[in-house]
Design a protein around this ligand. Structure first.
Ligand code: RUQ
Ligand code: CUA
Ligand code: CA
Length: 648
């Protein structure tokens, strides 16, 4: 493998270690992390020029003037949408302050909202035949929002659950999850990215598809056959309809999917692959010197589906087209194109000028710049060698993972092993790669704390990248916060990128493990703060409709809330009844939320202004149960209760 070396003298000192990692990537990875863990964090690691300097004191206001300390009452200028990691939710931050404003439960129950407790949320989450939740764990990694004209349009955001291969959609008007789809025949659903335009119809300049990368290869169908036949294991790339959330089609591939990116013209989607080896064992996945960035020709895939050139797998009705290497040798008809990328790459990111996808090398200290126009040329039969689409492959540092952009031609890549963010100029890297070794493409390096994974800049993944701030998800926080036992928070750091040099602005502890996030201007969202009464089929319009109706053992209880009282002071059911309780909040004032909890019945949920929710439970315990308002709403909040009487 011939990696170009960059020519700055600072870099040369570190090259020995870089080369070592290059040739012995696996060993280097282990050594790198261990070295960092063994040392007191503020002490420079023994890695020559790349040694992290002692942590600088946070700078409140950088050269660019980004002030992270907002005055009381002052609002942030950006929304951040964060993946919640193991909590299976989406977190909403204000930036640059870094304050967490809201959490949107998606995959995992949430006791405040009643997510996983109310009938409406259970219907979104999915239940077993007995009515209990199908899943109660999740692992969210990536979140991205819908586009129009190359910028966020504020309609939706999507988030993945890697454990159970689910994709959730969040409405950005109410900040609620409204749909969850489980992908068929896929394990380890990892990368996710909405398209930004239709590949054929230019009038559709907004998101209509969401692409999902399947990371783990499994026997297809995974029903106990082919367990001992690893050559039969396959991964798939999945397209989900942005509106219906139905799975539109899947592509059977060689190797695996990791992260996902989409082009601004809608023609291409791609996933980086770290396992072109199709390895089942750990070591096998690192045997090849080069893996791939796998491109999908969306228009051709959809033509093939239309023409019936697909199969289905197991009980799934989803059309599956053949994207394997063998079936796609002829560029003129190929659905897929495997551009080679050095050893086990991570992250693939689209530059805001719409020209390039950039893959980070992970086990190779390089970034690979792939020109999209050239990939399209290959599909059109105008370019013979697919790898000629690689316009730069340059050394940037150890363990590169993800890349963000400032809209001024610079890329910012996290270096996991170096615990740094490296700022590099894409055009300069292309010139260097083309042979002009006098070009300095590395602009700046900044130590971060520690081992960064994801990175994203304000508006970075849009045509409107504004180059103001950068957030970095550091996987280890070590000494940066008060110790709280063995589990350390992660450290999300904020960086000012408005000037030539990056300036570290702030540390924020986060619960593990957010992974990915996006940052965009606040005026792109127009959230609604009061529901529309008509949006709820079960809504109660008049408090007079409140009461208990019985149909055999099925009992419906209708209640309304208006501060500071529930419409029913008490209601009576019988032991053994199946009770469905419907609560409409008739308060229509912003910020007037009520809660409803029933002791010993495991019920708690909130109703926001003009919202209706319902719960169903068996009244299996006789007695008196004071159902009460759990959300402080009024001076008489504590008095806001109703007596549920369960007759023996
Ligand atoms: S991955 S640290 Cu799940 Cu987003 Cu790259
Ligand atoms: Cu209603 Cu508290
Ligand atoms: Ca590999």
């Amino acid at each position: 493998m011939s990696n170009k070396t960059e020519n700055s003298t600072k870099e040369t000192a570190g090259l020995g270690r870089r080369r070592f990692l290059n040739s012995a990537a696996l060993a280097g990875l282990t050594v790198g992390v261990a070295a960092c863990n063994d040392k007191p964090a503020a002490a420079p690691a023994a890695s020559g020029a790349a040694a992290p300097a002692p942590a600088p004191a946070p700078v409140a206001s950088a050269a660019g003037g980004t002030n992270v300390h907002l005055k009381p009452g002052e609002l942030d200028t950006y929304y951040g949408i964060w993946s919640g990691g193991h909590t299976g939710d989406m977190r909403i931050l204000g930036l640059p302050s870094g304050r967490e404003i809201h959490r949107v439960p998606c995959f995992v129950p949430d006791a405040l909202v009643g997510w996983g407790i109310t009938n409406e949320s259970k219907a979104v989450m999915g239940t077993k035949p007995d009515g209990s939740l199908k899943y109660t764990v999740a692992d969210t990694h990536h979140t991205h929002a819908s586009y129009k004209d190359g910028n966020y349009d504020g309609r939706y955001a999507w988030i993945n659950d890697k454990i159970n291969s689910r994709i959730a959609r969040v409405r950005l008007d109410y900040f609620v999850c409204d749909k969850i789809t489980e992908l068929p025949n896929v394990q380890g659903f990892h990368g996710i990215f909405p398209d930004k335009a239709d590949p054929v119809d230019p009038a559709i300049n907004y998101t209509t598809r969401v692409f999902c990368g399947g990371e783990f290869a499994i026997p297809l169908p995974n029903n106990g056959q082919d367990i001992n036949n690893p050559e039969k294991y396959r991964s798939m790339f999945t397209c989900v309809d942005a509106e219906s959330m139905e799975v539109r089609w899947q592509v059977l591939i060689d190797g695996n999917c990791d992260l996902t990116a989409t082009s601004y013209d809608g023609k291409l989607a791609a996933t980086n692959q770290y396992n072109v080896e199709n390895g089942i064992h750990y070591e096998d996945m690192m045997s090849a010197e080069r893996d791939a960035c796998l491109f999908f020709n969306i228009a051709r895939i959809e033509e093939a589906v239309k023409a019936g050139k697909f199969k289905t797998i197991g009980s799934s009705k989803v059309p599956v087209v053949d994207g394997t290497r063998e079936a796609n040798k002829d560029p003129k008809t190929a659905l897929t194109a495997y551009v080679s990328v050095p050893k086990n790459p991570h992250g693939v990111n689209a530059s805001p000028d719409a020209k390039y996808f950039i893959c980070a090398g992970k086990l190779s200290p390089t970034a690979t710049v792939i020109e999209l126009a050239k990939v399209l040329d290959w599909f059109d039969g105008k370019m013979e060698k697919l790898d000629d689409a690689i316009v730069a492959e340059v050394e940037i540092g150890l363990g590169p993972l993800h890349t963000a952009f400032d809209g001024r031609g610079n890329a910012y890549t996290t270096l996991f092993l170096d615990s740094q963010v490296v700022k590099w100029n894409v055009d300069a890297a292309i010139k260097f790669h083309a042979g002009d070794k006098s070009v300095k493409y590395v602009v700046d390096r900044l130590d971060v704390h520690y081992q960064p994974g994801h990175i994203n800049g304000s508006q970075s993944e849009t045509r409107a990248a504004d180059g103001k701030i950068l957030a970095v998800g550091c996987k280890f926080s070590k000494d940066r916060f008060l110790p709280v036992g063995p589990l350390h928070p992660e450290n999300e750091q904020l960086i000012d990128i408005s000037g030539e040099k990056m300036v570290l602005l702030a540390d924020h502890p986060v619960r593990g493990e957010p992974h990915d996030f996006i940052i965009f201007k606040r005026d792109l969202l127009k959230p609604k703060q009061v529901y529309s009464h008509d949006d709820f089929p079960l809504a109660i319009t008049d408090p007079k409709e409140s009461g208990v109706t019985r149909n055999g053992k099925k009992v419906t209880v209708k209640i309304t809330s208006q501060a500071p009282a529930f419409s029913l002071r008490e209601f009576t059911v019988k032991k053994g009844d199946e009770v469905t309780l419907i609560l409409t909040n008739l308060d229509k004032i912003e910020d007037l939320t009520h809660g409803f909890a029933i002791p010993n019945y495991n019920v708690n949920f909130i109703v926001n202004p003009l919202e209706t929710k319902s719960v169903t439970f068996i009244a299996d315990k006789p007695g008196v149960f004071w159902a009460y308002c759990t959300h402080f709403c009024h001076a008489l909040h504590l008095e806001m209760r109703t007596r549920m009487i369960v007759e023996p």
